[in-house]
Design a protein around this ligand. Structure first.
Ligand code: NAD
Length: 291
């Protein structure tokens, strides 16, 4: 396939490299990044010229909307705009409408798996859009990832992503505060892990990504909380979940509390640039009335 790829940062560059290595004809564009070994165009419109599929991997919904307005008129009729960024549901649905008006097909397919998954071609894609759009880009999901789930119409990929990450943020906080309570009750962290990881408190946060150093499988906690999945990105996703909850009138008190905690951690404490599991030392350093 002829593929235009816009947004070649931490995630986009390795994803584009995997598509090119698999034999696709990839032309990239980025306002800042200049990744080695990839054919680059001078403008976004030039990158999408004649492409069967255009992939975007951008920071947020406003940038996505601006890029879509720029590239849709330059895309070939019937081409697919596959957006893999994490953005708000409303932007994903607006871009799908713009695409339809321009005679194009849109698929929103945010990812989980992070930079390691992008480099290794092991991402999970959560896709929204038509059956036909999903079928067209499925071979590309197979190269860039290990699993793709079609979640329904436009915007549903983003909906799935933020619901998943809202659960993740809440369970990570719950796991971290439980470890600190266990510490203060004199319960050994290894014993805590051995019980919870095989009992009804188990979760991905405890079993696969244990926030306590030296306990459970290797995780960012064993590397001084170097990300991994940065607290800043968790805050972004929790904010998107609360924007969506507000728009849909959904009652999400735990998601709201998790957003407020990560906001404090990232913006007013030492959470910026640390892994999201660094909530554990944050709680450990405070007493009950620390505010
Ligand atoms: P990044 O900041 O490294 O990359 C974004 C790229 O977009 C940058 O290179 C930037 O120059 C480029 N860009 C910005 N505006 C542009 C424009 N108008 N035209 C062309 N290029 C433009 O971010 P990233 O870590 O690669 O993340 C990309 C997306 O993937 C985000 O939506 C993020 O939330 C999501 N995501 C990231 C991770 C992760 O672990 N990094 C995991 C899952 C999802």
């Amino acid at each position: 396939m002829k593929i235009g790829f816009i947004g070649l940062g931490n995630m986009g560059a390795p994803m584009a490299a995997n598509l090119a290595s698999a034999g696709h004809d990839v032309v990239g564009f980025d306002t800042m990044a200049k990744p080695d070994g990839l054919t680059m165009a001078g403008t976004a419109a030039a990158a999408v010229d004649g492409a069967d599929v255009v992939i975007t991997m951008l920071p947020n919904g406003d940038i996505l909307r601006a890029v879509a307005a720029d590239i849709h008129p330059a895309m070939k009729a019937g081409a697919v705009h596959l957006d893999c960024s994490t953005v708000d549901v409303a932007s994903a649905r607006a871009v799908a409408e713009m695409a339809e008006t321009a005679g194009l097909t849109a698929v929103d397919a945010p990812v989980s798996g992070g930079i390691g998954g992008a480099a290794g071609g092991t991402l999970t894609f959560m896709a929204g859009g038509t059956e036909a759009g999903f079928a067209t880009v499925s071979p590309l999901f197979d190269i860039m990832g290990q699993k793709a789930v079609h979640c329904g119409p436009a915007g549903n990929g983003q909906a799935a992503k933020i619901c998943n990450n809202m659960i993740l943020g809440v369970t990570m906080i719950a796991t971290c505060e439980a470890f600190v309570l266990a510490d203060k009750l004199g319960l050994d962290r290894q014993a805590m892990f051995d019980v919870v990881s095989t009992s009804s408190g188990y979760s991905w946060s405890m079993n696969a990504y244990c926030p306590a150093p030296g306990v459970g499988p290797q995780s960012p906690a064993d590397n001084d909380y170097t990300p991994g999945f940065a607290a800043d990105l968790m805050l972004k996703d929790l904010r998107l979940s609360q924007m969506a909850a507000e728009a849909a009138d959904a009652d999400t008190p735990m998601g709201e509390a998790a957003m407020a905690l990560y906001q404090r951690f990232v913006e007013h404490e030492d959470g910026a640039g640390r892994d999201f599991s660094a909530m554990l030392p944050r709680f450990a350093d405070r007493g009950r009335n620390a505010g």
